[in-house]
Design a protein around this ligand. Structure first.
Ligand code: HEC
Length: 164
């Protein structure tokens, strides 16, 4: 349900931005801010949270391989929703750097951003399949690959440094 709500809000923001000529600037700004807040929340709750649970299995043996598989499938499903959470015009620069780390490059290289999304979808699905076998060593290796290629592969080019 949360995903649906996020998408609805993002869709409203996209629509708002498409209607630039008819919307006032403060309304546009508020919609952009809502989209940014939603996607940061989404990244934390729908992507980081299951990722942390997976890591605690690898590091501390918490939970089971079946939990890893379930969480990897959660990430895979969530990852495919990422592009919809990035309506045009919601980049750092247009918005305060404390508010968003999204670089303009996301929209300059939209195909690259979508490809980075697909990488996470694929790598997390792969992790789920491996976790189904219960092989802890293979799971650890794929968690590393998913973190590096899936998360890092997008954050490195498309997310700016954290500003406090
Ligand atoms: C396709 C691109 C993409 C992928 C894949 C991706 N992220 Fe992100 N992520 C971003 C962008 C861009 C932001 C910054 C959003 C903003 O500040 O508006 C972000 C923000 C975040 C945040 C919010 C807090 C912060 O530091 O900005 C967390 C947490 C996060 N990502 C975790 C992850 C994890 C964990 C993975 C992998 C399992 C992942 N992300 C995969 C693009 C991605």
């Amino acid at each position: 349900m949360r995903i649906t709500k996020n998408l609805a809000i993002a869709a409203i923001a996209v629509a708002a931005i498409a209607m630039t000529s008819t919307m006032s600037e403060p309304v546009m700004a508020a919609m952009g801010e809502a989209a940014i807040e939603q996607r940061v929340k989404f990244m934390k709750a729908d992507i980081l949270k299951p990722f942390k649970a997976i890591k605690s299995f690898v590091k501390d043996g918490k939970g089971s391989a079946a939990d890893v598989a379930a969480n990897a499938r959660k990430i895979s499903a969530a990852a495919s929703k990422i592009p919809a959470l990035f309506p045009k015009g919601t980049h750092r620069g247009a918005y305060d750097e404390k508010m968003t780390r999204a670089l303009p490059k996301i929209w300059e290289d939209w195909n690259g951003f979508k490809a980075a999304t697909d990488t996470l979808v694929t790598e997390s699905a792969k992790l789920a399949t491996i976790a189904d076998t219960g092989d802890a060593k293979a799971i650890a290796a794929q968690v590393g690959a998913m973190g590096k290629m899936g998360c890092g592969g997008c954050h490195k080019p498309f997310r700016g440094a954290k500003v406090k």
